[in-house]
Design a protein around this ligand. Structure first.
Ligand code: FAD
Length: 400
């Protein structure tokens, strides 16, 4: 391969970040920790509810600690003792696998469950305290231009922002992926997620446990866990469904959910009937992995790799991306394009592996008939710690 000529601007003065979600904020914080200034360009005028719950494995909580966002979260999270897997139809427990103290000791960092809003607020408040980070709200990036060692981002209102590098952290529906990276469009996976948060008083007593519950059914699974320091429970149900919701988060009727879950165990039905503020997400995938970089521009987080949520790792991958891209840029400030190439190389195999493992879980969760019986038998037989050790490659990740 031909070596790239050194870039014209030898100093990395300002990194533009399109999108102030989990990945964008984490990247700005990771850059600031390395003395690099950034401007976050966020299309929304105000940050909002931002989904329901989020699980943050040890590979993510370790990063939140480094970014200075963990302290804020500690009073708002729950630390689940176990992952409890149940049959959605007859309520039988299929297995229980250790989280809590066991996973924290194994990986040197805890497993947390949180309201997604609290995770976002933790990153945002750390970013707002950081003089090297500027946040421009209402900046909807519509195009980018790279010339003379600089990148310019244009907004739909014809504002401009200039920097040495642009990181597109504009989420799964990323417009920049197709516009600036010639990336593939997303395809609908035929699965949708409905999510909500229920006050703890509305949760059946028998399900008020500090655990991640995973209920498996035919072509459907349900996950719930405590958030808001145990004052509420985040609920997500994932269904096979042909119709795509055209926005990332749209309201969904309670009747839509109850009609699809009326064969479930009475306890689970009771839980699913409680909320009346469901929102629905269409789950998207890319047919192929896009190029993560073009010159001085890089994709990061869901815009680079919208990972299906069956391993609860999409947001955590955005956190991992953030520290790797910040390390790469800090390590080669005079040639940002080469630094970004290093980031892309460091991340491609890892996110591919996580995406595959997540898709595989999706297939296993939704099995039926003899295959489901074989899965349930295996879950009952496997020693719980051995089951969890299979995920050492995932949760034990540390950035070099
Ligand atoms: C049902 C479900 C459950 C999940 N559960 C988990 C879990 O338990 N654990 C986990 O780690 N992950 C989970 N995820 C995945 C996680 O939510 C995403 O991976 C994560 O939000 C990705 O962060 P991001 O910063 O890349 O994108 P986002 O969080 O989507 O942020 C993108 C930001 O860019 C902004 N933006 C978009 N376009 C523009 C533009 N043109 N100009 C400027 N700004 C723009 C948006 O307003 C937004 O603020 C789940 C996802 C789903 C759907």
């Amino acid at each position: 391969m031909m070596s790239r000529p050194p870039s014209r601007s030898a100093v990395l003065e300002n990194v533009l970040i399109a999108g102030g979600g989990i990945g964008g904020l984490a990247t700005a914080l990771a850059l600031a920790k390395r003395g690099i200034a950034s401007s976050i360009l966020e299309r929304r005028l105000l940050f909002g509810e931002d989904g329901a719950g989020i699980q943050i494995g040890p590979n993510g909580t370790r990063i939140l600690e480094q970014l200075g966002a963990a302290e804020f979260l500690k009073t708002r999270i729950a630390v689940p003792d176990a992952l409890r897997i149940l049959d959605a139809v007859n309520g039988r427990q299929l297995g229980s696998f250790p989280l809590g103290r066991w996973i924290a000791l194994r990986h040197g960092a805890p497993y947390w469950v949180a309201h997604r809003r609290d995770l976002h607020n933790a990153l945002l408040s750390a970013a707002e305290r950081e003089p090297l980070i500027k946040i421009r709200m209402g900046f909807d990036v519509s195009g980018v231009r790279e010339e003379g060692g600089k990148v310019t981002a244009m907004s739909v209102n014809e504002d401009e922002a200039r920097g040495d590098v642009l990181i597109a952290a504009d989420g799964a529906w990323s417009a920049l992926r197709s516009r600036a990276f010639a990336g593939p469009a997303t395809v609908y996976t035929g699965k949708c997620a409905v999510r909500t948060v229920v006050p703890i008083e509305e949760v059946p007593q028998a399900l008020n446990r500090t655990e991640v519950h995973l209920w498996l059914g035919r072509d459907v699974h349900v996950v719930h866990y405590p958030v808001n320091a145990g004052r509420a429970v985040a609920l997500v149900a994932i269904f096979d469904d042909r119709s795509i919701a055209i926005d990332w988060s749209t309201p969904c009727d309670r009747d839509w959910v109850t009609a699809r879950t009326n064969s479930f165990d009475p306890l689970l039905r009771e839980l699913l009937a409680a909320p009346d503020n469901w929102r629905r997400w269409s789950l998207l995938a890319l047919r192929e992995q896009p190029r993560f970089i073009v010159g001085r521009m890089a994709l990061l987080g869901d815009s680079a790799h919208p990972i299906l949520p069956f391993l609860a790792q999409g947001g955590v991958m955005a956190l991992e991306d953030a520290v790797i891209i910040a390390d790469a840029l800090a390590g080669n400030r005079s040639d940002p394009a080469a630094a970004l190439a290093g980031y892309a190389q460091a991340r491609a195999a890892r996110v591919r592996r996580v995406a595959r493992a997540s898709a595989r879980n999706g297939r296993i969760f939704h099995l039926h008939g003899a295959m489901a019986a074989a899965r349930n038998f295996a879950l009952a037989k496997i020693p719980p710690e051995r089951f969890m050790r299979r995920y050492d490659w995932l949760y034990g990740w540390k950035h070099p």
